[in-house]
Design a protein around this ligand. Structure first.
Ligand SMILES: Nc1ncnc2c1ncn2[C@@H]1O[C@H](COP(=O)(O)OP(=O)(O)OP(=O)(O)O)[C@@H](O)[C@H]1O
Length: 252
């Protein structure tokens, strides 16, 4: 499923936080959104997963206005991993993942259980099924919420900092899993090397505006990184794979 963000502007309390953003994610592509703290990444993603309404413009799924869709219909095609999730009740991990099945009706409990078990296996949280969600570590919680999003069997995944709290092996694992899922993915990422290694396309947001977009290594040029992030970037090659990596220093 294709996602188009068409000239979306988001305002909160009279302040424009996202300014006429235009972004497209083609079917099955992994699109990364990078930008400094406070640049508007979460605000834009919250608009895409319907926690906020745009003041102008539209978010379209295969051309249909997402904000005009029924909530349940939208949840059948789009799943989100918010940056911070607040949970007041201590549901078990199995119950949290099963919530991903709520938008779907007419399926048997057996198939729901199988789908949840597969999602938990893919994110390596099966052994936590009976544990209370609130007692988990940050990384365990994150993987459970990714399992819930996968159990939702969406066509679009919106991920706000999916590698937050994850150790390095799980960061690589989760991003590979997401990339190989075949879903259309829109993810805010802080680690530019991870973004470059996993994303098909990157968009750079600064001050609520998109300032660059394209294939990762075209976008992550030293001049742009200096201007947007205030860092000096040195491209180097991985000695074995030849993959491009960036080393960073603060600007003098
Ligand atoms: N509810 C709100 N009311 C007022 N200002 C807000 C609100 N939510 C976000 N902002 C402001 O909007 C700007 C963009 O915030 P946003 O969370 O989208 O940035 P971000 O790029 O996700 O940042 P980070 O990398 O730190 O997570 C920030 O200056 C933030 O303080």
């Amino acid at each position: 499923m294709r996602v188009d963000i068409d000239d979306v502007t988001v305002e909160i309390a009279g302040t424009r936080l996202v300014d006429e953003v235009r972004l497209s994610a083609c079917e099955g592509k992994f699109v990364g959104l990078v930008g400094p703290n406070g640049s508007g990444k979460s605000t834009l993603l919250r608009t895409v997963y319907r926690a906020l309404r745009p003041a102008a413009g539209a978010v379209r799924l295969d051309g249909a206005d997402l904000h005009a869709m029924d909530a349940r219909a939208a949840a059948r095609v789009l799943a989100a991993l918010p940056q911070e999730s607040s949970a007041e009740f201590d549901f078990t991990v199995a119950e949290v993942v099963a919530m991903g099945r709520l938008p779907h009706t007419g399926r048997t409990a057996v198939s729901d259980r199988r789908i949840c078990a597969e999602a938990m296996a893919r994110t390596e949280v099966g052994h936590l099924a009976g544990r209370g969600f609130l007692g988990l570590s940050g990384g365990e919680k994150q993987r459970v919420l990714i399992a819930r999003a996968l159990a939702q069997q969406p066509r679009v995944l919106v991920l706000d900092e999916p590698t937050n709290h994850l150790d390095i092996a799980h960061q690589l694992d989760v991003l590979s899993l997401v990339r190989d899922s075949g879903l259309t993915v829109l993810a805010a990422l802080h680690d530019l090397n991870l973004a470059a290694a996993h994303c098909d396309v990157l968009y750079v947001i600064d001050g609520g505006r998109i300032v660059a977009s394209g294939p990762p290594h075209d976008v992550l040029q030293p001049a742009l990184l200096a201007r947007v992030f205030g860092v000096r970037a040195h491209p180097v090659r991985h000695p074995e794979t030849g993959a491009l990596q960036l080393l960073f220093d603060l600007l003098p």
